[in-house]
Design a protein around this ligand. Structure first.
Ligand code: SAM
Length: 418
């Protein structure tokens, strides 16, 4: 009975059924980074609108491909299958059963219970609040037993996202699969690695122009400098491993996906890659093991030649003697009790570095603890250095963080200038 094919035929006119392009996309973005992600997608030729929790747009296969190939900040792309109102489980199952599922998921996959179709559910502000029950009813509606064992992390080309918000159900297909921040180059991590998407956002927000030096004095396993090298060499995030091969995104398996267009887009992107970064990219950290991780990750990303690495404590890093550039970094947060008092002197010395030897460098950093951020700001002001702006608020691995920064300070004019 659950496999009854007649249930899959839609006869509800209000359903938005789009078995072929144009697709209605929802691009999931880490909170707070929507404007940066939108600018990036617009640069890639895909107009988008900022909505709660992400970006929305109408796109063809090319737009879907551009989002996957070029978006460094987005987390994943969902393609809307249906949206309808439902306030009871029976109504949800009936309406979801009327979706033309066979237009999205090949019938043989729908019929094969050994082939997992994971269903992720989130409920909020609605009569339907029990995520397990919603998942069960959606599984029934697509002809699966509610006990379908598909674990939520199962790979595969067909994974459903169900959002229940204010009694409106939005069902989407996940076009992306593995989270986009997993670029494939991270082999090893240091103590508290930064998400690749957040590193890319910081670089973009900092305004680093690629032809000026970049420094991360708390480089750890190297996420910021590796993302910087990829950006400076125009290596798209989907080609971020040394092989320069893209991942097998689920949407490429969908019925009608134009494989030749994807091959062309990837080829064009590869042709634009520069052989080397146009300016020095400098990484230092005091911890030898983190720097070993950095070296391995940089090799896996095929950017090791673009980086200069030094093991040194922040105040002794010796690589900043040349032209001034951009410091983009992620100092230790001090999340655990007791760490804050240990880290306060470090934030103060960062302030005196920025007011002293690094006074002509632009600066951007993720900070998390208001007390440590205060210590940094106070040191800068005590030494007469310009204030830091708060650029973005987001979360890294569940921890709230703020990106603070200052632009490159203006060069002093010739003597006598007002
Ligand atoms: C939050 S982690 C940076 C993580 C890095 N963004 C990544 O993605 O792996 C902070 C780093 O600061 C380094 N560190 C702490 N105190 C330092 C100091 N005084 N001088 C230089 N590095 C320091 C630690 O070894 C650690 O690797």
């Amino acid at each position: 009975m659950y496999g009854d094919r007649s249930r899959f035929r839609s006869n509800i006119a209000s359903f938005t059924l789009m078995p072929k392009p144009p697709f209605q996309l929802f691009v999931v973005v880490p909170p707070g980074l929507e404007a940066l992600a939108a600018a990036e997608l617009r640069d890639a030729g895909q107009p988008v609108e900022i909505v709660r929790g992400g970006l929305s747009c109408t796109a063809g296969w090319e737009g879907l491909m551009a989002a996957h190939l070029h978006s460094r900040i987005a987390s994943r792309v969902l393609v809307r299958v249906a949206r309808f109102g439902a306030r009871a489980l029976g109504e949800l199952e009936r309406k979801a059963g009327e979706v033309d599922w066979a237009a999205w998921i090949p019938s043989e996959r729908l019929r094969d219970p050994s082939d997992p179709i994971p269903v992720d559910v989130s409920c909020g502000r609605s009569r339907l609040y029990h995520e397990g029950a919603v998942r069960e009813r959606v599984l029934r509606a697509i002809g699966r037993e509610p006990s379908d064992p598909a674990p939520s992390n199962a790979p595969g080309a067909w994974r459903l996202h169900v959002r229940v918000h204010r009694d409106t159900i939005t069902i989407s297909l996940d076009a992306t699969g593995d989270h986009l921040h997993r670029r494939g180059y991270r082999r090893l991590t240091g103590s508290a690695p930064l998400r690749e998407t957040l590193a890319a956002a910081a670089l973009r927000a900092s305004g680093w122009p690629f032809d000026r030096p970049l420094l991360d004095p708390f480089a750890g396993s190297g996420t910021i400098v590796i993302e910087g090298a990829l950006m400076a060499r125009r290596i798209p995030p989907a080609l971020a491993t040394a092989s320069r091969q893209p991942p097998e995104f689920p949407f490429l398996e969908w019925e009608g996906a134009p494989a030749a267009t994807w091959t062309d887009e990837v080829g064009r992107a590869r042709d634009r890659i520069l052989p080397g970064a146009p300016a020095p990219i400098l990484a230092s950290d005091r911890d030898a093991r983190s720097l070993e991780a950095l070296a391995g990750n940089a090799r896996a990303a095929g950017v090791e030649e673009d980086l200069s690495v030094e093991q040194a404590s922040m105040t002794r890093a010796s690589m900043t003697g040349g032209d001034a550039g951009w410091i983009v970094t992620n100092p230790p947060y001090g999340g655990r009790l007791g760490e804050r008092s240990q880290l306060r002197p470090l934030y103060r010395s960062l302030g005196s570095q920025l007011a002293g030897p690094w006074s002509d460098w632009a600066f951007c950093a993720y900070v998390s603890d208001p007390v440590l951020e205060g210590a940094l700001r106070r040191e800068l002001s005590r030494r007469g250095a310009g204030p830091l702006e708060s650029l973005v608020k987001t979360r890294n691995g569940g921890i709230p963080v703020t990106l603070v920064g200052r632009p490159m300070p203006p060069l002093p004019g010739p003597p006598g200038d007002p």
